[in-house]
Structures are given as C-alpha cells and as structure tokens.
Design a protein. Structure first.
Length: 156
C-alpha cells in the first residue's frame, strides 16, 4: 500500500468501527469474521516511503517496511504495512516476526505505547485505511502501522 496518503474524508459508521479500534486489529478481525487469522507476508525489507511517513517517523534515511495480508476463511480482509527506521531495534523486531501478526509484539510487551491520534488514510486504489504511530519506550524508536480495510472485511 505504498503511496497511500492521509485524507480528511469523513468515514462511514461501518468503517469508523475499524478506524477507531484501539485493541488488536488481528483479534478483532478474527472475532468479527468468526475464524482463525492467516498471515501472508507480502514483502519485507528496505522499501519506499512517502514524505508524510518520513515526517511521522522523523527519518532522514531508509525505512524497513513489512507488508502482510490478513485473511480469515481464505478471504483477504486487511493489508497492513509497518514501517520503522532501517537500522533500529524496531526493524529487528519486525524482521523476527515472519508470518506472525505484529499484535503479538505490540500487545504483549508493555514497552510499546500507542499514540492517541489515528491517521485516516486512502490508498491509490481508493482503499480506506488508518495509520497508528507506536513508540518503544526503552529504545525511544517509532513504528508506523498502516492498515487498509479490504472489501472482504467491510462487507462481512
């Protein structure tokens, strides 16, 4: 979902449920869809980032980018993109996840703190999404998590 941009478009009620969620997106999608979540790693490594993402993370160098597809019952429900400074402990955490959901890291380690603000996003393909900034308190390193809601989630 590279090239997604922040948007000020109003979100409808169905979308607001997902965009304002403060708990684990993985767990919420699994519960909503009534099944186990499958994670497919789409890409991981140094990747392109937008100027707004660079500003959010206070980066002047490259970013480590991990993109996954989250499915339930064989139906793709969500695309997630996580970004961190390439040479940071946070990038090392992302590299160690493999096929596991990021929620395993963010919601089990109390050193992770979630920003209150959620950024409304729109992908070039017109998919709605959100961005949430996290900070690892021990390392003072930021992580930007972007989640894009697929029709398989919004229409279920």
């Amino acid at each position: 979902m590279a090239l997604a941009e922040p948007t000020t478009l109003a979100t409808d009620t169905k979308l607001r449920r997902w965009s304002e969620l403060t708990e684990s997106m993985t767990a919420a999608v699994a519960q909503h869809c009534g099944g186990d979540v499958d994670i497919r790693l789409l890409s991981a490594g140094l990747g392109p980032i937008n100027s707004w993402e660079r500003n959010c993370l206070n980066l002047c160098k490259e970013a480590y980018v991990r993109e996954i597809e989250l499915s339930v019952g064989g139906v793709p429900r969500l695309i997630a993109r996580s970004l961190a400074a390439a040479e940071s402990p946070v990038a090392t955490y992302l590299q160690g996840l493999g096929q596991r959901p990021l929620a395993e890291l963010l919601y089990t380690d109390p050193a992770w703190e979630r920003a209150v603000e959620t950024i409304s996003l729109r992908a070039p393909s017109d998919l709605p999404g959100r961005g949430v900034l996290w900070c690892h308190q021990a390392h003072q390193q930021k992580l930007l998590v972007e989640e894009f809601f697929l029709p398989g989630l919004l229409q279920s």
